[in-house]
Design a protein around this ligand. Structure first.
Ligand SMILES: [Zn+2]
Length: 411
């Protein structure tokens, strides 16, 4: 992959000078723009390589989690609709979600709403159409949809985009598209990780290491960008209970202003301040990854056979971003039949039953975030009592793992 890396200028101001704050062994560099203080990947995978990742992108969510109307991701989607609703006309409502994933936000809207979405992931857009019946979801990127001229100007009452802008090589494009496609007083609803509150999670590091998060915004920066593109801020709040990114997500409701600009953009962070915040985050992540490596190695040295549950991006992050040695892991378990039989970091993916039949583990590291609690509650029923469960996000940053096995009491 390192052959494929490209060096980029600041995606906001184009400034060529930057101060690195972190480098992944694979060559990706996170840096702060010396001109404007924006935090961005100054060296990253090429756009062609990134597009290929998105086309096959999928989380490790089991199907019963996805179809559960009360899963935490869907609860968050309903909370967002609750926030947006007071700012919208009664009917008819036309809504577009850019990067709609599995379609949970669109699904939370009243059925008499015209619900449109774009999503580059084949798996996720298929789920939105086939399982949620969202016929207005298209499998494509924002750039492709704009080039095709799919929707007319001034068409939508609300454009939502949640945890998407940090993925875009040209974030201004999102504001320009919204300015173009919203009605005169239309609402732009954004959410993204915020520089000061990004969670210390493996997944956040993996998003940087794999060039999926191309930048990290401060709240001031988002508000400033919106103002310079003709939007006034209605509300800005921290999504405390938002999953799968607890504590790290900020939401912004903007209104397209019908008159000429009269707002002075909020001053972005000073480059030195931004570098200190980003540098501290990376230092903390390095300490946590070091501890993960040592704790798992200690279990292995004590003779335990360790399997990882979940063959998705979290597990990819364990090996790729957090530096966990794949040689310490006996196997990867996933309930998805599609993934069974494949390899992840050279490790075979099998069903739980096949793993247990082979007596291939006595410790299972649960590697997912949004469905971790659910798995930690449900797995004991499917396991012999000597198999110990560790939650990557529940336990990883707690005390070092005890090397003695503990018994899981089925619940
Ligand atoms: Zn810049």
């Amino acid at each position: 992959m390192s052959d494929d890396l490209v060096t980029t200028a600041c995606p906001l101001c184009g400034g060529p000078d930057r101060t690195p704050v972190w480098q992944h062994p694979g060559g990706v560099i996170n840096a702060v723009c010396d001109t404007c203080g924006h935090v961005f990947l100054a060296r990253r995978a090429s756009q062609a390589a990134i597009d290929a990742i998105y086309a096959s992108y999928q989380q490790a969510y089991p199907r019963d989690f996805l179809i559960d109307p009360d899963n935490p991701v869907r609860r968050s989607a309903r909370e967002r609709w609750h926030q947006a609703r007071p700012h919208l006309p009664d009917v008819p409502r036309r809504v577009l979600e850019i990067g709609c994933g599995y379609g949970f936000f669109l699904d939370a809207l009243p059925c008499d709403t015209l619900r449109c979405g774009i999503e580059p992931s084949v798996t996720q857009s298929d789920f939105a159409r086939q399982d949620l019946g969202l016929d207005g979801v298209r499998c494509q990127t924002l750039k492709a949809a704009l080039a095709e001229g799919v929707w007319s100007k001034g068409f939508f009452d609300l454009i939502g985009s949640f945890h998407v802008i940090e993925h875009l090589p040209h974030p201004a494009l999102l504001f320009e598209a919204a300015q173009d496609m919203l009605t005169q007083n239309g609402i732009l609803f954004l959410a993204c990780p915020e520089l000061r509150s990004v969670g210390h999670n493996v997944i956040e590091l993996e998003y940087l290491a794999s060039s999926l998060h191309l930048q990290t915004f401060s709240a001031e920066r988002i508000i400033s960008l919106a103002a310079t593109h003709g939007f006034r801020t209605l509300t800005h709040y921290e999504e405390r209970n938002q999953t799968p990114f607890p504590g790290s997500s900020h939401a912004f409701l903007f209104q397209r202003k019908p008159t000429t600009l009269d707002t002075t953009p909020q001053a972005p962070l000073d480059p030195g301040v931004a570098a200190a915040i980003a540098g501290a985050w990376h230092a903390e992540m390095a300490a946590r990854c070091d501890r993960l490596q040592k704790d798992v190695a200690a279990l292995h040295t004590a003779g335990h056979r360790i399997a990882v549950f979940g063959a998705g991006v979290h597990t990819q992050g364990l090996f790729h971003a957090a530096g966990l040695d794949p040689a310490l892991i006996e196997g990867i378990i996933d309930d998805s039949v599609d993934k069974q039989g494949q390899l992840l970091s050279g490790i075979p993916i099998r069903s739980l039953d096949a793993t247990l039949a082979a007596d291939a583990c006595d410790v299972i590291l649960v590697s997912t975030l949004a469905s971790e609690n659910r798995l930690l509650q449900n797995l004991p029923r499917r396991l012999p009592s000597h198999v110990r469960l560790i939650g990557l996000y529940r336990d990883i940053f707690g005390p070092p793992f005890a090397t003695e096995p503990t018994v899981n009491a089925p619940q």
